[in-house]
Write a protein that binds this ligand. Structure first.
Ligand code: OXD
Ligand code: MN
Length: 578
């Protein structure tokens, strides 16, 4: 008797018509063989084996370099279930629109069966998935990003306890590109793109969109959050998770090098993109990182911004859409000081003409988590880590102070629900446009976002010792337009205050928006920050906040009557305090 997995693979093979089917075991030999094949076919290019051992470069189709939110759909039975922030098609429509694109789409190609585990292999919170793909590049990435291969296959066995995801490159045409999710069936189809977030179905599709749907039904949270550990001089360790929109420095924050290491303060990394969080028997919120690698933005990664990432990506990593020097070193804007090296090939593989960027602004590294020098010993703890703090943040030149603490859980949910970030030049032509991005989940919440807020509020009522909730903003600027806060490793000083507050210490001043550090309560020794700059960083301007609160209201109005009353109550309280 064929297992549910075997039956599904057969069914897909009859439909997509591959030349052969390969079941991935995740072994070293398989990896070597596939890499050799891709090098021979020009899908991958070898980088300098001395300086970047085991590293390769992939150049994607120039029309296929980023997640395509406008082609991403949540296919619930009714439009209402998907809510106003998702594109929607009915499951029947998806089958008639997207199904034919998969018909015979793997002709002449190999269908790879990728069984994988999200989360530590023995974690009670782990989930199983299988991706079927005709892209060997996807196989190589999934081997880094997930626990892929034999163990996953054994855990699936004869059961149907896995999330099936079907991916085909199709003809890579943006006109025939779709990423569709069927939450009710826990199923994903993706066709027409080979790019990370569209094609590595474990990440945004399963890890966030489907997982957030499952999490609501089962009483947990799947969030777009990094997870980190802070070690105090006493040796005590505490944990925090933080949500920032894409390209706001989550990876840098997760891998931060402490400027106070000589005093015994150390930061260690658990995850940089996704947190799955459960209520523990002790009434605390426990988090695991479902991933096993990093799929990070390359430009601006440097010895200065993120030395731990530089170490992590120096071996066994895949670089996608970076530039290359004549001696086969990967290169990108912001990698090092000084002028770009001569003779660069740009991300398209053409001699660089010096006009646009040499590396694509969304070029990426895929690197194994085990190579991260700052990795926490508990990064693969099956139970996860207990969170003391949750941090929300965005990129805002004005309004939100460097850091503030929400008054309680419900207020924290309001802070997360109304958070926003300014678009950057890398993301769109117009910069400085404020986009609301609740909990940094706008492109990733798999259901109606008002129901998601309700779920967050419900989770709070189940937590006997909820993490304290904070908002940070490293990007506030002074009248000269320059950042007031030095950033990068110095963010540790803010993290220290956060974790002190979470433990009931650290001094704060009440303001209408929440609790702000009392000047003097931030550990600023050795930092050259003027009193005026500190005052500007912590300022809560009532006029600005009145305007901000009005924008909150306009945004929340868009969710209609499903928005929980408790959030409106929080809004009214904010306005009253202002
Ligand atoms: C990512 C993203 O790739 O958020 O993590 O875009
Ligand atoms: Mn992300």
């Amino acid at each position: 008797m064929a297992s549910p997995l075997e039956r599904w693979v057969e069914e897909v093979a009859r439909w997509t018509r591959p030349e052969r089917v390969h079941w991935c075991d995740g072994s070293e030999e398989e990896h070597e063989r596939l890499t050799g094949q891709m090098l021979a076919e020009g899908i991958l290019h070898r980088l300098d084996p001395e300086r970047y051992p085991g590293c390769t470069l992939h150049r994607s189709d120039p029309s296929d370099v980023a997640r395509t939110e406008h082609l991403t759909y949540v296919c619930t039975a009714t439009r209402e279930q998907a809510g106003p922030t998702n594109n929607w098609m009915s499951p029947a429509q998806a089958r008639t629109r997207v199904g034919p694109l998969l018909d015979g789409s793997m002709r002449g190609r190999t269908l790879y069966v990728i069984p994988y585990i999200l989360g530590p292999a023995s974690s009670p919170y782990r989930r199983l998935g299988v991706e079927l793909t005709d892209s060997p590049y996807v196989v190589a990435n999934m081997r880094i990003m997930t626990r892929m291969g034999r163990e996953a296959l054994e855990q699936i066995g004869d059961t149907d306890r896995f999330v099936p995801g079907l991916h085909s490159l199709g003809d890579l045409s943006p006109d025939r590109r779709f990423i569709v999710h069927f939450p009710e069936e826990c199923r994903i189809w993706s066709v027409g793109s080979g790019y990370g977030g569209n094609a590595l179905l474990s990440k945004k599709c399963f890890g966030l969109r489907l997982a957030s749907w499952m999490a609501r039904q089962e009483g947990w949270l799947a969030e777009h959050m990094l997870i980190l550990e802070l070690e105090q001089p006493s040796g005590e360790r505490s944990y925090a998770a933080a949500a920032f929109p894409s390209a706001c420095g989550k990876t840098n924050f997760a891998m931060m090098v402490s400027p106070l290491e000589s005093l015994g303060y150390r930061v260690r990394t658990i995850g940089d993109d996704i947190a799955w969080m459960h209520v523990g028997d002790d009434g605390r919120l426990w988090a695991i990182n479902p991933e096993n690698g990093f799929f990070g933005v390359v430009p601006l990664t440097s010895e200065k911004t993120n030395p731990n990432a530089m170490r992590t990506i120096s071996r066994n990593s895949i670089f996608t859409n970076v530039a290359m020097t004549p001696d086969r070193l990967p290169w990108w804007e912001g990698k090092e000081e000084g002028p770009p090296p001569a003779g660069l090939m740009d991300w398209r593989g053409q001699p660089w003409d010096g006009k646009g960027p040499a590396a694509h602004p969304n070029s990426r590294f895929t690197a194994p988590i085990a190579q991260c020098p700052s990795l926490s010993a508990r990064s693969a703890d099956p139970d996860g880590v207990p969170l003391s703090a949750l941090i929300f943040g965005g990129r805002r030149a004005r309004v939100p102070p460097l850091v503030y603490q929400a008054r309680d859980w419900a207020h924290g949910v309001y802070v997360g629900a109304t958070m926003a970030s300014e678009t950057t030049a890398a993301q769109s032509g117009r910069t400085g446009i404020v986009r609301r991005d609740p909990m940094a989940m706008l492109p990733f919440c798999g259901y109606h976002m008002a129901d998601y807020f309700t779920h967050w509020l419900t989770m709070g009522s189940r937590l006997k010792r909820p993490p304290a909730i904070f908002h940070v903003n490293w990007f506030r600027t002074g009248p000269d337009g320059r950042y007031l806060w030095p950033g990068f490793g110095q963010n540790l000083r803010v993290l220290l205050w956060i974790l002190q507050r979470a433990e009931g210490q650290g001094e704060a001043v009440e303001t209408p928006i929440g609790l702000v550090p009392r000047p003097g309560s931030l550990h600023l020794d050795g930092l050259n920050l003027s009193a005026a700059a500190l005052e500007a960083l912590l300022k809560v301007d009532r006029d600005e906040w009145h305007r901000e609160a009005a924008e909150h209201k306009a945004f929340l109005d868009g969710f209609g009557p499903r928005l929980p009353e408790a959030l409106w109550a929080q809004h009214q309280e904010l306005v009253r305090r202002l």
